[in-house]
Design a protein. Structure first.
Length: 320
């Protein structure tokens, strides 16, 4: 959810009183003012003012006199939009190394940008590495003390099904990792690492359900997960939860969980595809209809999507 930008009016007031502030404070405020000016130019949908935005960000860094990771990231965003990938990556890495990037949310934002940058170039090895860097902070996945939790989650899914998992298991306060788990679930399926794909897709979905149920209980204190259909009926009626599930790609992740599961538990995969194929998704999420259609095709005749080579090594083919 976005909130009104109250920072610009505050900066104007601060600048008007700059004579009352020490020189160092003046530089700090002026740097942020220049940064906000650059953001305004950067947000131009036509991209006609990227050059001016770059100058504002560079001036802001000079004026600040110390590390200014937000401005470094913004310069990286300009290079990214211009497809100058090497320059964009340099900026993002530079920002990551700054002390101000110790705030987890800021760090994850940059790591996800690096992930997208490498995915766009089909450099899946580095994409994987940055996603795993995010998941290093996800205790349910990386913490040694949660190994039994992981084993129980997977065995419950395979033996008793997806709905039973969602009735029993919750992963709170790790919402930052949803995108990383979902992306790795897709990637590991496409690179034929099906067991890992199941694990990551399952983690992503359980976190989404955890967040959605928590929000549902704000308006329905007694709400409890029972079946997927009942959960979706309740969740999709609430606009904020519906938007969360859409932005988190819930239905895409559900599809790829089934696709990765098919190799070891075809009947379990088919039960998930059947839900996707029959649940009325058109009004809730038009983009999800693609995965409902794919699920229906899978039920008619199973197929596997083309293999993605995860190696960082480029394959040189001999000239004919």
């Amino acid at each position: 959810m976005r909130f009104p930008n109250l920072f610009m009016p505050a900066l104007v007031l601060l600048l008007s009183a700059s004579a009352l502030l020490p020189a160092q404070s003046n530089s700090f405020v002026e740097a942020w003012f220049l940064y906000e000016q650059g953001k305004t130019k950067l947000d131009d949908p036509d991209g006609r003012e990227l050059g001016e935005a770059l100058l504002y960000f560079q001036e802001a860094i000079d004026k600040r006199g110390v590390d200014f990771p937000e401005a470094e990231i913004a310069i990286g965003d300009i290079y990214y939009r211009e497809k100058a990938y090497a320059l964009a990556e340099h900026q993002y890495k530079k920002a990551l190394e700054m002390p101000g990037m110790q705030i987890p949310e800021e760090k994850y934002t940059v790591l996800y940008r690096l992930t997208e940058l490498h995915e766009e170039q089909e450099n899946y090895w580095d994409m994987d590495a940055y996603l795993r860097q995010i998941l290093a902070d996800q205790p349910y996945f990386s913490g040694d003390e949660y190994q039994s939790f992981q084993d129980a989650l997977l065995s419950t899914y395979k033996d008793k099904g997806l709905e039973h998992v969602f009735r029993l298991y919750r992963m709170g306060n790790v919402g930052f990792s949803v995108e990383a788990h979902a992306k790795l679930g897709w990637f590991y399926y496409r690179s034929h690492r099906f067991t890992a794909a199941v694990q990551h897709s399952l983690f992503a979905l359980d976190i989404m359900v955890t967040e959605a149920v928590k929000e549902l209980r704000r308006v329905q204190p007694g709400f409890a997960f029972t079946t997927m259909e009942a959960f979706l009926n309740a969740a999709l009626e609430r606009e904020n939860i519906r938007q969360y599930l859409i932005s988190s790609e819930f239905f895409k992740t559900l599809y790829y969980l089934a696709a990765a599961t098919y190799e070891s538990r075809p009947s379990l995969a088919e039960s998930i595809w059947r839900l996707l194929a029959t649940y009325p998704l058109e009004a809730a999420d038009p983009a999800a209809v693609e995965y409902a259609d794919r699920a229906a095709r899978q039920l008619e005749s199973h197929w596997v999507e083309p293999y993605i080579n995860p190696s960082a090594r480029k394959i040189e083919y001999p000239l004919q």
